[in-house]
Design a protein around this ligand. Structure first.
Ligand SMILES: Cc1ncc(COP(=O)(O)OP(=O)(O)O)c(N)n1
Ligand SMILES: Cc1ncsc1CCOP(=O)(O)O
Ligand SMILES: [Mg+2]
Length: 218
């Protein structure tokens, strides 16, 4: 397995860099396994700088991936950052192109919310699907219609065996039901970035996930 997909921190676009680094450090201490830089309004140059700092901070303790921008991922690698992969949406460059540019070891995630979006790709192109929104969320005003936990479960069954990571309005109470519905992980912005104590918020998500994983193994 390239990465533990169980708990993703997707960074809040509104955080200044110093706070973003603080939140990421605390989130990983609380059990986040993937940090995705989602900085949609930042320049490519600022994204590369943020990735270099994040990479130095994480030192491999969590996978570091880039939202939308394969070019930024490559530039950050060139600047010395350890970049583990990218998360691409339906409007971004094709996962096939990303795979070719980043190599077989990279983690490539792809967004989908309808089974009609699951176009056939060569095996091994996509490592996981980011599926949502599970619940309506103001973090992404243009999110597709909310699926609910049941809709997520139906999608995950149809997409199987590709692992599905749930995203959109997720809080601690959703973690158990999403794990039971077949999630390979959950991804959050607000639940950690807007928390007074990001480490405690990540710890709560982590322990709900671990408890649900244990229950499903029984
Ligand atoms: C883990 C994960 N899943 C889905 C998304 C959404 O990506 P996308 O559809 O490209 O939307 P933006 O995040 O780019 O607004 C994600 N970022 N992460
Ligand atoms: C990036 C993204 N993609 C689908 S919903 C969403 C936003 C998730 O943010 P939050 O966890 O604050 O609802
Ligand atoms: Mg995107």
């Amino acid at each position: 397995m390239k990465a533990d997909l169980s708990l993703h921190l997707v960074t809040d676009d509104r955080l200044p860099l110093a706070r973003l680094l603080e939140v990421a450090e605390q989130a990983v201490a609380g059990g986040v396994t993937v940090v995705q830089l989602r900085a949609k309004s930042a320049s490519a140059r600022d994204q590369v700088a943020a990735l270099v700092s994040l990479s130095a901070l994480l030192r491999g303790s969590a996978a570091l991936i880039v939202n939308d921008r394969v070019d930024v991922a490559l530039a950050a690698r060139d600047a010395g950052a350890q970049i583990d992969g990218v998360h691409l949406g339906q409007q971004d460059v094709s996962p096939v192109t990303a795979r070719r540019l980043l190599g077989s070891g990279a983690l490539v995630g792809w967004s989908a919310s309808r089974t009609s979006e699951l176009t056939a790709l060569p095996a091994g192109t996509v490592d996981y699907l980011g599926v949502g929104a599970v619940h309506p969320t103001s973090t992404k005003p243009d999110h597709p219609p909310a699926l609910g936990v049941n809709g997520f479960g139906a999608f995950a069954s149809a997409a199987s065996p590709v692992p599905c990571v749930a995203i959109g309005g997720i809080g601690t109470a959703d973690v158990g039901p999403l794990r039971a519905a077949g999630a390979a992980g959950v991804a959050v912005v607000s639940a950690i970035c807007s928390a007074d104590d990001p480490r405690a918020a990540a710890t709560a998500l982590r322990s709900r996930w671990d408890a649900a994983a244990l229950a499903s193994a029984r």
